[in-house]
Ligand binder design. Structure first.
Ligand code: B1M
Length: 211
């Protein structure tokens, strides 16, 4: 791995926000692409943090400071990732489902969709079915994109689809889902229209659903 990318990776694993910011700026300055910083440095670092948590070496506070370092880096990368966006492609309401506070992956999907020319309304995390529905009505969005990172909150994706049916909106809006514990077969099981395993494939799914 490139030395700068390794420093970014180490900084996220160690939760060293200042070092991550400095190395991200330097990496951009030396011509390393924002997408390499994201895909080679930042994302694998968060996967390592998850592994350390699973093995009992890290606890919630360590995860939190690593997540902060990752979020800071993503804010710096955002304008670079958005460069070269294509024309308006559809309207998306996105959020992490009720009970779930994990928002890093969702933010990444949101960013990539924006970069691909979608108009994105980001509702944040812990989003209730009512909130998704109110936002769809307000923005006239054609897609609801739901993220979940906990096996215990995945059920709230189904609850949102049921609420859409009850509101008489199910045939007016497509539903796509994703997040680490979510699978294609789960998406089919709950009646979602699309599933993507990562942020770049989320763009392809959103495009297909908007066609
Ligand atoms: Co939590 N956490 N966490 N956590 N956390 C996980 C998810 C966990 C797998 C860790 C572990 O045990 N190995 C585990 C879940 C176990 C399970 O349910 N099976 C877990 C747990 C247990 C918990 C708590 C319950 C811990 C506790 O309190 N005891 C608690 C729950 C809080 C809550 O939500 N109510 C908790 C809390 C936290 C923090 C707050 C400390 C922090 C989140 C900070 C934040 O997001 N602002 C945190 C973190 C950082 C993690 C890990 C380490 C990293 C998640 C992450 O950001 N990954 C995570 C372990 C892991 O995933 N390996 C873990 C990087 C991100 C880029 O990937 O989010 O997967 P990801 O997104 C990807 C794809 O999934 C996909 O695209 C993204 C980019 O390619 N994707 C979509 C995501 N959404 C999509 C939507 C789409 C399409 C694709 O379409 C709509």
């Amino acid at each position: 791995m490139d030395e700068k990318l390794k420093a970014i990776y180490d900084g996220v694993v160690e939760g060293d926000n200042a070092s991550v910011q400095q190395h991200v700026q330097e990496a951009l300055g030396t011509g390393i692409s924002a997408s390499d910083i994201l895909n080679v440095g930042l994302i694998p670092a968060m996967a390592e943090v998850g592994r350390l948590f699973e093995e009992g070496e890290y606890f919630v506070p360590e995860m939190l400071i690593s997540a902060r370092a990752m979020k800071g880096a993503m804010a710096t990368l955002k304008p670079h990732l958005l460069q070269g966006g294509v024309k308006y492609a559809g309207k998306v309401v996105i959020g992490t489902v009720k009970g779930d506070l994990h928002d890093i992956g969702k933010n990444l999907v949101s960013l990539m969709l924006e970069g691909a020319g979608f108009q994105v309304t980001d509702l944040g995390s812990d989003v209730t079915a009512e909130k998704y529905i109110a936002s769809v009505k307000e923005t006239g969005s054609n897609i609801i994109a739901m993220s979940a990172l906990l096996t215990t909150t995945m059920v709230n994706m189904k609850a949102t689809i049921t609420a859409l049916e009850e509101a008489g909106l199910r045939d007016k809006v497509k539903v796509m889902i994703g997040g680490a514990p979510v699978t294609d077969s789960f998406a089919k099981q709950i009646g979602a229209d699309g599933y993507a395993p990562d942020a770049s494939r989320a763009v392809a799914v959103a495009r297909a659903l908007s066609a």
